[in-house]
Design a protein around this ligand. Sequence first.
Ligand SMILES: *Cc1c(COP(=O)(O)O)cnc(C)c1O
Length: 405
Amino acid sequence: MPVPLLDLKIQYRALKPEIDAALIRVAESQACILGPEVDALERELESYLGVKHAIGVSSGTDALLMALMALGVGPGDEVIVPTFSFFATAGCVARLNATPVFVDVDNVTFNLDPELTRKAITPRTKAIIPVHLFGQAANMDTFMDISRELNIPIIEDAAQAIGTQTSDGRRVGSIGHIGCFSFYPTKNLGAFGDGGLVTTNDDELAVRLKQIRNHGMEPRYYHRIMGGNFRLDAMQGAVLRVKLPHLPSWHEGRRRNAELYTKLFIEAGLSSAPGVTSFGPGNAILLPKAVSAGTSTDNHIFNQFTIRTAHRNALRSYLAERGIGSEIYYPVPFHRQECFASLNCDDNAFPISNCLAATVLSLPIYPELEEHHIREVVAAITDFEREHEHGESECPDCAECGTNA
Ligand SMILES: *Cc1c(COP(=O)(O)O)cnc(C)c1O
């Protein structure tokens, strides 16, 4: 039986009466942009996220761009970003003619490494963007210490992590100076098109961000600062308001699926435990580990369930032949992207990201997956790994994952 990477139709079918009613409500009101739906969504998200200001915007990418604009980032400035993330994290910096400074990530969480970040700071560092990749919180305590010590603002890229909690129970995006979220349909809270959110606890930044969202205009047709059209549609606001109350149960479903995958991979003898970082006997597959626990329940919201294997491309084709969806997030780190060639990055400075790019594979994890789907995925991977046990590694001679052992 096929197992798609994601099936958004199941979620729509479950909520169809409510969502259809919300869409018709907007159609009849003809209040199409911002307006009462977006206002209400913003108040509901402020309460859910535990943050003073939530501002609905046109996409997660625009949220990042606006955050950098609000902090005045421009030519001559440097912004530190992980080299292993979705393109927008670095692209927004370069679009403002500032320089993205790439830093390697942690081997277990795949998130920006705080100590390497410290070493990359210069007098020109204008901001740091930790990404909560795949739904796992970056090490915010350390980043906030660095921020206070050196007076550098933190922009959280929480596009994949709406609702993720740190060990003390705070939700990501409420901790740094500005938080950025995406409502792209594949995110845990997805709209019916593009959408995003910026958050802040700073009243002055909130005023600025709201002005930037609408061409920097205040009052009407007077522009003291530069802005753009970064507004959120009312249709998206209305859909998101229907979905938001279901988010905790969807997180729960993803976490349950992650636990089942973990149990089955260990039972199959493919992994000894989550969070192992090198391949070896009994660890043909490396499993993701949710690290922050403490008082939080949403310590990892599993926007992706990302395993690692030394035969990644071969496994992906094998799964595809069996109708099982998977995806490579991400095959090329920023320091290897053609559009950043002029930065002349030293490829050897990013061993972990290079290894991840060669070994990661994300499996179906959406909340409506059934147990037999997950069993089928694990059975297929078990068959594959038995056949390829002694095959050549796609991450050759790597000191990070042990394929040079
Ligand atoms: C999805 C995503 C974005 C961009 O969000 P869009 O809404 O697609 O523009 C930015 N950063 C990360 C880490 C993402 O996953």
